[in-house]
Design a protein around this ligand. Structure first.
Ligand code: ADP
Ligand code: NA
Length: 303
């Protein structure tokens, strides 16, 4: 089984529960405040590691008091952190307020994630003879992502890209990608086609395949996902019926688990089913990283 390397964001999520959102100029007391390690990159690394992958991460934390906790959280899941750099200044963090209706306001500070340069990341991503795939998202600078895509592609590692938060990217990037995984919003922004069901997902996937990607996965929340590859193999995998408690990190869990299953040699269809099970389990639990299941839980769920 090959290794996975996640190059991406590492954040501390500061979550304050409030009875109602403060008005402009108002100061209110929180009901409670919790600190949760997060960031899309770290979440995907945790999802991949818990799903059984041998996983390392390239990223950056600050020289602040969050850094040690962020690294420890990754290490607890067996993720290799030797290639995570320390940058002067703050780690990435998100200030999240959640009201009684469960609505949230989020203010994201990139911190060290915004300082991860192409030079920092590309060297590590390019020397991985045994790296099966590099996983990328959109919470580090674009130039860094592009350098990693280029070096990983030329070293023979697969590039798995989840362009979240959604942002369009140039045509010459598509041929560097093995797997492009997008939710409905991301697919709409990137392909310019509205996506809300299997039929529209197919049109969007075909658009991306025409640009030179090997395979496209479009996730459709509780409606499941649609898969299409260059050879014309298509699959529509339903979501498992569960009682949703908190859908935070569903997409990150799906992506990490899919990559782990792919690295383990599963067929696309089996990897998608495994990923759908992992994500279904994640939505039945509160929280982001706290809700990500391990391989034994996923296999038991699939029995
Ligand atoms: P994102 O979190 O990136 O918006 P989606 O909402 O599309 O991603 O969810 C990713 C995957 O998680 C889906 O394809 C599905 O397998 C699973 N999933 C999401 N929501 C649910 C749900 N309510 N019930 C069961 N599975 C879900
Ligand atoms: Na969750």
């Amino acid at each position: 089984m090959g290794k996975l390397l996640v190059v991406g964001s590492i954040n501390m999520d500061i979550v304050s529960t409030v009875s109602q959102f403060p008005l402009p100029g108002e100061t209110i007391a929180s009901v409670r405040t919790d600190f949760f390690p997060g960031g899309k990159g770290a979440n995907q690394a945790v999802a991949a590691a818990r799903a059984g992958a041998d996983c390392g991460m390239i990223g950056a934390v600050g020289d602040d008091s969050f850094a040690a906790a962020l690294l420890a959280a990754l290490q607890q899941d067996g993720i290799a952190t030797e290639q995570i750099l320390r940058k002067p200044g703050s780690s990435g963090f998100a200030i999240i307020t959640v009201n009684e209706e469960g609505e949230n306001h989020i203010v994201l500070t990139a911190g060290a994630n915004g300082q991860l340069t192409a030079e920092d990341a590309a060297a590590g991503a390019g020397n991985g003879a045994d790296v099966f795939a590099v996983l990328l998202q959109n919470e580090i600078p674009w130039d860094t992502n592009f350098a990693v895509m280029s070096s990983a592609h030329s070293s023979g590692a697969r590039v798995f890209y989840n362009p979240a938060p959604a942002r369009a990217f140039p045509d010459h990037v598509f041929p560097l990608l093995h797997t492009l995984i997008m939710n409905e919003t991301e697919a709409a922004v990137i392909t310019g086609l509205a996506v809300n069901d299997e039929h529209s997902a197919k049109a969007s996937a075909e658009w991306a395949l025409d640009k030179g990607v090997e395979e496209v996965i479009i996730t459709l929340g509780a409606k499941g996902c649609f898969y299409l590859n260059k050879q014309g193999q298509a699959a529509a995998v339903s979501a498992f019926k569960v009682k949703p408690v908190d859908t935070t990190a569903a997409g990150d869990t799906f992506f990490g688990a899919y990559a782990a299953a792919s690295a383990d040699g599963l067929s696309a269809e089996d990897a998608l089913t495994f990923a759908a099970a992992a994500a279904a389990l994640a939505v039945t639990k509160q929280g982001a990283q706290a809700s990500i299941p391990n391989k034994a839980d996923i296999e038991a769920f699939l029995q």
